[in-house]
Design a binder for this molecule. Structure first.
Ligand SMILES: NC(=O)C1=CN([C@@H]2O[C@H](COP(=O)(O)OP(=O)(O)OC[C@H]3O[C@@H](n4cnc5c(N)ncnc54)[C@H](O)[C@@H]3O)[C@@H](O)[C@H]2O)C=CC1
Ligand SMILES: C[N+](C)(C)CC(=O)CC(=O)[O-]
Length: 474
């Protein structure tokens, strides 16, 4: 089914929304009067293309189509989702939302990216809209705060989960929703620390990134403080640090005056800190680091990492084709490439291992079977590197069972980029009892499923590379 998102205002946030929808298979139509919009959005989408697929072990759906429009009416025609991301001015939001209300299909969700306005303010002149407040970069960070009409928010929740996001619906509307209230409090305190000459912008950033910032990504604040209470837990933590809340640790109630001197001071310090890098270079660095953090969180099914794992679990099953089984379909992330500008040899093993894991699931030796105490161990791998694979290439692995009798599972993985065979990996596995750590025959159902596949696959031509040793010519 084709789904279309209309993005009204394609700056930092609108560009991020466009990338999030597009890379999840939606058609995206953009209206932004800025003559530079196409170039700027193109750069944001390029950044998303090199980072978002790296979060997944499976390929995202094929990209939708991207179009730019001279008028708002044209952009929203036939849209299922309309996202307003114009500058944060209430008069402008009212003007744009009134037009959207008229032009958008009646069943389209109209979301506003507003960081601070409440839905009652946005809809005060009669236009329909909910708040759908995302976080920068929208294509990588899952959180979206939803505020407004319950039914619309529920519908929005389901759509946003489908594009890999984590909607958080607010119980009540409030200025600046939840997250920006927290950010504002920290931001205000940071400005005081600079104004009062206590710390520079860089020292404050170090105070965050070398310490509590690392904890917040995985545990938030309450869980972090629970752990900080030691064995006595949260209650002890509250008793110990509660009194400090009324000591003069913060100046949160006051805002430092934004004098030209303060603005200059902060801008100069910030230039000294990061001015040697362009914004695009900083974005690239930020995205690479976010991918690394999110991948680590995903391994432990923690926080935003679980959102990604859950999203991927909903992808449609891989098709069986060529009589062989498609075991992997994924994009080469930039983090897999090396100093030679192509996929590093170690990741051929990684992709082959993913194919083996998938084959174990297919024969019934997946996570449940392993939890019962049986599994397969790899005893030998042979990889033949046949062609280069570059960042962004979509690789497809098909697996042939060469033998599957007794304790042995003998597999042959073909790793292809389109029609090009980029590598093969031959793998021998032995079935083991995880208690005794000794090999043993698989349980009946696994043995049978494997034997059936082996019978089907040994009727197919045996791969040329099977049984190769190092140094043998192709
Ligand atoms: N920048 C951030 O970190 C975040 C911003 N937001 C919210 O997103 C919204 C947009 O902010 P940014 O993307 O940062 O601003 P921006 O200044 O980067 O982009 C705004 C875009 O809107 C376009 N525009 C202006 N008038 C328009 C109109 N009448 N119709 C269509 N397009 C129009 C401009 O040409 C510009 O490209 C604001 O409501 C902001 O509060 C939300 C989350 C984070
Ligand atoms: C600064 N800001 C208020 C626009 C920030 C946000 O709204 C969310 C974010 O991405 O930090």
């Amino acid at each position: 089914m084709t789904r279309k998102a209309a993005i009204i205002g394609g700056g930092v946030i609108g560009g991020g929304w466009a990338a999030r929808f597009l890379l999840n298979g939606w058609d995206v139509a953009i209206f932004d009067p800025d003559p530079e919009a196409k170039r700027k959005i193109g750069e944001v989408i390029d950044g998303a293309r090199r980072s978002l697929p790296a979060l997944y072990d499976r390929a995202l759906p094929p990209e939708g189509s991207l179009s730019f429009h001279d008028g708002l009416d044209d952009a929203v025609a036939g849209a299922n989702w309309v996202q307003e991301s114009v500058p944060e001015r209430l008069d402008l939001k009212h003007k744009v939302l009134a037009k959207l209300d008229q032009a958008a299909p009646v069943d389209a969700i109209i979301g506003s990216s507003t960081s601070g306005f409440k839905p009652s303010q946005l809809t005060a002149q009669g236009a329909r809209a909910i708040v759908a407040h995302p976080f920068n970069p929208v294509y990588l960070l899952p959180l979206v705060e939803l505020v407004g009409d319950r039914d619309q928010c529920a519908k929005a929740d389901s759509i946003l989960r489908d594009i890999g996001m984590r909607p958080l619906t607010l119980r009540k509307e409030i200025d600046a929703h939840i997250a920006d209230r927290l950010l504002e409090a920290v931001w205000r305190e940071c400005l005081w620390l600079v104004t009062d000459g206590i710390a520079t912008t860089e020292e404050i950033d170090d105070a965050i990134r070398m310490g509590f910032g690392l904890r917040w990504a995985q545990m938030g604040i309450f869980e972090t403080y629970r752990v900080a209470g030691g064995e006595a837990g949260m209650k002890h933590f509250m008793e110990q640090f509660g009194p400090a809340l009324s000591w003069p640790w913060t100046k949160l109630m006051d805002v430092p005056e934004f004098t030209p001197e303060l603005v200059d001071l902060i801008a100069t310090q910030s230039d000294r800190q990061s001015g040697q890098m362009s914004i695009r270079q900083l974005e690239r660095l930020r995205d690479d680091n976010l991918v690394g953090i999110l991948r680590a969180l995903r391994r432990n099914q923690a926080g935003a990492g679980k959102v990604i794992a859950d999203h991927e679990a909903g992808f449609p099953p891989l098709p069986h084709s060529d009589q062989l089984i498609e075991t992997v379909h994924r994009v080469v992330p930039s983090s897999w490439t090396d100093y030679n500008g192509h996929m590093n040899e170690a990741h051929y093993l990684e992709i082959g291992t993913q194919a083996t894991d998938r084959m174990m699931e297919i024969v019934g030796a997946g996570p449940d079977y392993i939890a019962r105490g049986k599994s397969y161990f790899t005893v030998e791998n042979h990889i033949s590197y046949l062609a280069e694979a570059k960042e962004g290439a979509t690789l497809r692995v098909t697996t042939q069972v060469l033998a599957g009798e007794g304790k042995k599972m003998h597999l042959f993985h073909r790793i292809q980029n389109g029609e090009t065979l980029v590598a093969t990996m031959e793998t021998m596995l032995l079935h083991v009892d995880l208690d005794s750590r000794r090999s043993c025959p698989p349980e009946g159902e696994v043995a049978e499923a494997l034997a059936q596949l082996a019978t089907r696959h040994t009727a197919l031509p045996r791969p040329d590379q099977a049984g190769r040793h190092v140094g043998q010519r192709a």
